[in-house]
Design a protein around this ligand. Structure first.
Ligand code: SF4
Ligand code: SF4
Length: 374
C-alpha cells in the first residue's frame, strides 16, 4: 500500500458506486474477502459482490454470547466483529514450512513458492487493522521475519469500514484503535445510511480506485454526520478499560487472589487465544509419510492455555490454569509493551464474546486494581 502522505481526502459514494468499486477490484484480479454470514456467524470469507455482505443483519454480543439478529434497515456494515480475524489470512492456522523427499543421494527439498494471490480485504474493522499492525511488528521485524506471513501480507488492498455502532463486548475506544480507522488502509468507509457512504482516501492506490466509480467530494454536512456517528459509537462502547499503568499493575499483582478466582471459572478451552486477532503462539510438527519417502514440517496455531505449550524437559512450566491465564493476561496487556512497544490488545472483545463462561478481561483488570495484590 502506497501512503498518500498528508492527503486524506474524503468523498461520498452511493451504494451503487460502492458495488462498482467491488467490481473494479475484482477486474484488477483481486480475490475479495470481507464479512459475510456463514454457519450462524459473521465471518471473513470470499465476497463475489456487495450482496454477499451481511445486509440487514447484526450480531448481539455479550460475555459468552453471540447471536445474529435482523436489522430494520439494510445496512451493509451494521454488525461488529465475528469469531474470525485477519490472523487467519496472514498467520494461517496450519502452514507448511518445509517439505523434503528422499533421494538416492539423501534428500531434496521440495520447493514451494510463497502463495501468489492478489487479496483485497473489504469491510475490515478498525480494531482488526490495528491488530494486523501489531502482528506486523511481531512477524515482520528484521531479526525474526516470518517469510510465509510476509508473502501473504504483501500487496494486500485494504478497504476498511468504520464502526458507527459499538457491540456489547467492544472497547476499542479505550485502546485507542477505533471506532475510526486512522492508518493501514487504502480506503475507509463510513456508512451514513442505506445509500450514502463517506470514504476517506488513505493511499494513492485507493485514490486511483475511486476514480473508476461515480463520486462527489464529501460535503461538510456529510462529514459532520459521519463525525457524529463515530462519536456516538465511541461513547457507547459495551465495555471500557483504563489502559494506563497496566504494565506495572500486572507486574505487581502476580499473587493477587483474583487469579485463583479466575482459575475457578476458566475451562482452559483456549477460545480466547484462538479468537484473539493478535495472538501468535504456534507449535511445530514434523510428519513423515507412511512409506518414509517424504517429510514435512508444519507450523500450527497453538495456545498458552494448553499444558503442552509450556512443556519443557521434565514437565510443564505452567501446570495450573491460574498460571496459564495469568501468563496470557500479563503478556497481552503488560510485558507485550516491553517486547513490542505497545499493548497486545486492540479492544475487539472477541475473547469476552467467545469465552464459554464469559470471562471478561475488562472486569478482571478492574478487580486486579482493587487492594489484595502483593
Ligand atoms: S485480548 Fe481480547 S479484546 Fe484484546 S485483542 Fe485479544 S481478543 Fe480482542
Ligand atoms: S478464559 Fe474463557 S475462553 Fe479463555 S481458556 Fe478460559 S474458559 Fe476458555
Amino acid at each position: 500500500m502506497e501512503p498518500a502522505g498528508q492527503r486524506n481526502d474524503t468523498i461520498a459514494l452511493s451504494r451503487n458506486a460502492l458495488a462498482g468499486l467491488v467490481n473494479a477490484i475484482k477486474l484488477d484480479g483481486f480475490a475479495v474477502f470481507g464479512p459475510t454470514v456463514r454457519d450462524g456467524a459473521i465471518v471473513y470469507d470470499h465476497l463475489d459482490s456487495l450482496e454477499d455482505l451481511p445486509i440487514g443483519v447484526t450480531d448481539k454480543l455479550a460475555p459468552g454470547h453471540y447471536r445474529l439478529a435482523p436489522r430494520e434497515d439494510h445496512a451493509l456494515f451494521g454488525h461488529h466483529v465475528g469469531p474470525h480475524s485477519l490472523r487467519r489470512e496472514f498467520l494461517i492456522p496450519v502452514a507448511t514450512l518445509f517439505r523434503a523427499r528422499r533421494t538416492p543421494q539423501g534428500f531434496a527439498q521440495i520447493e514451494e513458492p510463497p502463495p501468489a494471490r492478489k487479496l483485497a480485504l473489504f469491510g475490515v474493522r478498525p480494531c482488526d487493522l490495528a491488530a494486523v499492525a501489531i502482528q506486523d511488528r511481531v512477524l515482520l521485524n528484521d531479526a525474526y521475519r516470518d517469510t510465509d506471513y510476509a508473502a501473504r501480507r504483501h500487496g494486500v488492498l485494504v478497504i476498511a469500514a468504520n464502526c458507527t455502532q459499538a457491540g456489547g463486548t467492544c472497547f476499542c475506544a479505550s485502546m485507542n484503535t477505533g471506532p475510526e480507522a486512522r492508518a493501514g488502509f487504502d480506503l475507509a468507509l463510513t456508512e451514513l445510511d442505506d445509500d450514502t457512504i463517506v470514504c476517506t482516501i488513505g493511499s494513492d492506490v485507493g485514490r486511483a480506485l475511486v476514480q473508476r466509480v461515480e463520486h462527489v467530494p464529501a460535503s461538510d454536512q456529510l462529514l459532520e454526520r459521519a463525525r457524529l456517528l463515530l462519536n456516538d459509537a465511541a461513547t457507547h462502547m459495551g465495555r471500557t478499560m483504563d489502559p494506563h499503568g497496566l504494565r506495572d499493575l500486572l507486574a505487581t499483582t502476580l499473587e493477587h487472589p483474583r487469579w485463583d478466582d479466575i482459575a475457578s471459572r476458566c475451562l482452559g478451552c483456549a477460545n480466547c487465544t484462538l479468537s484473539c486477532p493478535t495472538c501468535f503462539c504456534t507449535s511445530m510438527e514434523d510428519m513423515t509419510s507412511l512409506d518414509g519417502t517424504e517429510a514435512s514440517r508444519l507450523r500450527r496455531w497453538d495456545s498458552c492455555f494448553t499444558v503442552a505449550f509450556s512443556y519443557v524437559h521434565g514437565g510443564a512450566v505452567r501446570p495450573s490454569l491460574k498460571a496459564r491465564y495469568r501468563q496470557w493476561l500479563t503478556h497481552k496487556l503488560g510485558s507485550w509493551h516491553d517486547q513490542f512497544g505497545s499493548s497486545g490488545c486492540v479492544g475487539c472483545g472477541r475473547c469476552i464474546t467467545w469465552c464459554p463462561v464469559g470471562i471478561d478481561l475488562t472486569e478482571e483488570i478492574t478487580a486486579l486494581r482493587q487492594p489484595g495484590g502483593s
